[in-house]
Design a binder for this molecule. Structure first.
Ligand SMILES: *Cc1c(COP(=O)(O)O)cnc(C)c1O
Length: 350
């Protein structure tokens, strides 16, 4: 232990919930629709596909398909081992010890965890009471502390809050540091910044195949930005960061643009069902913009009570004590979740 860097000693390990449950609505994973159809069609690896050799370091074919999927030139894309690798790559590239990183809070915990690993000073700008955000407050903080990087998770995990494009542009017009817009859930909302990357020298957009494409298991994410940043990032990226099999499945998955759009439409319908049901049950529910719903409940240990009924949702602590995040699941799962909530409410009131 004495050889370990001080800030790593203080670090808590990121421990995902390993409980197995009948209905898993705790991690915002998409449904298994693409890989299921890829399997049904039969995965045949093409001529010349071998895994005794290293994978394509540039993931060229994968970047071509990503380019077609989001309508961006592949030269403006870097593919990563999940967007988590790309978040870390940004830290490795821009952060010296003691540099500041700013984000609205609450938000995705990995920004803070990586900040700690890279000895940066993470500064959270509190969001409003209703979890909307005050862009002027962020701009003022940036003026004050001169950070290297700002992370904006949009729509935000876990609150679901969506920042409109004009506000993000206003932020960009007022800062000199790097702005990372993490669009892990943007397929379920509107207002992607990917078509703005050439208009700014400091804008990086992160996307992932883990949510709207239902492929969290193959760890594929990508960065969209200008070529100058791409060149710098590529100097830092580990060689062969993406294994060939993930690249190959990603290529095949991204060709199904229509199916992805259909799936997203379906999630939005189910999301509305959940939103309305939770509202009717008098929970405080926040407007959802991702594939999950953020809500408040004063029922003590609601997550444990649901787990007893075979349903896993995400609970939070500190400022977010009594707040929960539930992933929009399949129709039957959402119905089961609402049914269980009604049973719990009945028990509470009896
Ligand atoms: C799920 C999620 C990601 C995706 O991470 P991967 O490493 O691509 O699986 C990124 N950012 C946020 C905010 C997320 O919620």
């Amino acid at each position: 232990m004495k050889l370990v860097r001080d800030n790593i000693k203080k670090l808590q390990e990121y421990k995902p919930n390993e409980d197995t449950c009948k209905i898993k609505l705790d991690a915002n994973e998409g449904r298994n629709f693409l890989f299921k159809s890829i399997k049904e069609d039969g995965i045949k690896f093409p001529e010349g596909f071998d895994i005794n050799v290293y994978p394509d370091n540039d993931a060229a074919l994968l970047r071509d398909e990503i380019g077609k999927y989001i309508n961006v030139d592949p030269k403006n894309i870097v593919a990563g081992n999940g967007s988590s690798e790309l978040i870390e790559l940004i830290m490795k590239t821009y952060i010296d010890e003691g540099d500041s990183i700013v984000s609205f809070v609450p938000t995705f915990s990995m920004y803070m965890i990586f900040s700690q690993i890279y000895s940066a000073n993470f500064i959270g700008v509190e969001s409003n009471e209703d979890f909307s955000v005050d862009m002027d407050k962020l701009i003022q903080k940036v003026d004050e502390i001169n950070p290297k990087v700002i992370f904006l998770c949009n729509p935000n995990n876990p609150t679901g809050h969506l920042v409109k494009k004009d506000k993000i542009k206003k932020l960009l017009d007022n800062i000199d540091c790097i702005l990372v817009v993490d669009e892990a859930y943007i397929e379920f909302a509107e207002g992607s910044m990917v078509d703005e990357i050439l208009n700014y020298e400091n804008l990086i957009v992160l996307r992932t195949l883990s949510k709207a494409l239902g492929l969290a298991g193959i760890r594929l994410g990508y960065m969209v930005t200008n070529e100058d940043i791409i060149r710098t990032i590529n100097k830092v990226k580990s060689p062969y960061n993406l294994n060939s099999i993930s690249q190959y499945i990603g290529i095949n998955a991204l060709k199904n643009k229509d199916r992805i759009a259909e799936y997203v439409k379906d999630v939005k319908i189910e999301r509305e069902f959940l939103y309305n049901s939770l509202t009717q049950l008098s929970f405080q529910v926040y407007e959802p913009n991702g594939n999950f719903i953020f809500f408040k409940s004063d029922i003590k240990d609601l997550d444990a009570k649901l787990e007893e009924k075979g349903i896993l949702i995400r609970a939070f602590s500190d400022r977010l004590n009594n707040f929960y995040r539930v992933t929009v699941g399949e129709g039957w799962q959402n119905k089961e979740f609402i049914k269980s909530l009604k049973e719990i409410l009945k028990d509470e009131n009896s």
